[in-house]
Design a protein around this ligand. Structure first.
Ligand code: KMH
Ligand code: ZN
Length: 274
């Protein structure tokens, strides 16, 4: 691919605002962040939202308002998280699709997640996948380990291609309990993907840079953001999501694969124009 798709994951569900003041937790902060990240080279935003106390929430009204506000203020592809927080129940995670995003994350299996467990049993995965197909919402298959790649093959074999027909995956690497964030693991995961699938990769914490360089070298795309990385360099906290996007865009330029615009990304991912 001659260009690079950059996704920003600005918030996540795990970090407290008190521990990372630059984390966008209000709608106003999220919209401002989204505009800055679009200007810096992002085409997709992976969204987790917070409640009035800055705690993770899957509240349907807030999700719908967030999708509308991001569409109003930016051209970004809005991808809602269906992973939520490790404590979120399956029915609330399925109901995320009621907010009618352009896209959603879809994790292909259960994985240890630090001291917690991120639950994605087969019955939930297949229900969520079928719902994305019914609603015409593009899933991004989140893959935390190689067993989840096998589950992705099973999903596609049993239920057919996703809405839009394009299979796009995100390798989430370096989670304590998931696959390692390094070059050999990335190469193994990419080799196991379904034929024709496109992919991005993100490295959690200190695996961010090795995964970014590996993904660019292997022809993949990039996800960055404070959901995954809170430290820009040793001893230097991230001050804004846009600086992570700007660094990814700079590396993509150097690799002679400049960032895609949101419009180009829609075409690439087979997501209809709005
Ligand atoms: N917060 C993690 C438990 C996703 O967004 O789909 C799950 C997660 C994956 O972040
Ligand atoms: Zn997420």
């Amino acid at each position: 691919m001659a260009q690079t798709l950059i996704t920003v994951a600005p918030t996540g569900a795990e970090t407290d605002k008190a521990a990372a003041p630059a984390l966008p937790v209000t709608l106003e902060e999220l919209v401002r962040t989204a505009k800055e990240c679009e200007a810096a080279g992002a085409a997709v935003i992976h969204v987790h939202i917070r409640d009035e106390h800055a705690r993770p929430t899957l509240d349907g009204t807030r999700l719908a308002d967030t999708v509308a506000a991001l569409h109003e203020a930016t051209s970004l592809i809005v991808q809602l998280s269906t992973g939520g927080a490790v404590t979120d129940p399956f029915d609330a995670r399925l109901a995320v699709l009621d907010a009618a995003p352009d896209a959603c994350s879809l994790t292909c299996g259960t994985v240890n997640f630090g001291n917690d467990v991120f639950m994605n049993p087969w019955d939930f995965v297949k229900d969520l996948y079928q719902l994305t197909r019914e609603r015409g919402i593009a899933p991004e298959f989140e893959l935390f380990d190689l067993g989840q790649v096998a589950t992705l093959h099973r999903l596609l074999n049993e239920f057919g291609p996703p809405a839009g027909g394009h299979v796009h995956c995100d390798l989430v690497m370096g989670v304590p309990g998931g696959m390692a964030g390094d070059l050999p693991t990335l190469a193994a995961a990419v080799a196991a993907l379904p034929e024709g699938a496109t992919w991005s990769a993100t490295g959690i914490g200190r695996t961010s840079l090795p995964v970014m360089y590996s993904a660019l070298a292997a022809g993949g795309h990039l996800r960055v953001g404070m959901e995954d990385t809170l430290t820009y360099a040793k001893g230097r906290p991230v001050t804004a999501n846009a600086e992570l996007v700007a660094r990814a865009a700079q590396l993509a330029e150097i690799a002679q694969r400049p960032p895609m615009t949101p419009g180009q990304a829609r075409e690439y991912l087979a997501i209809p124009a709005r």
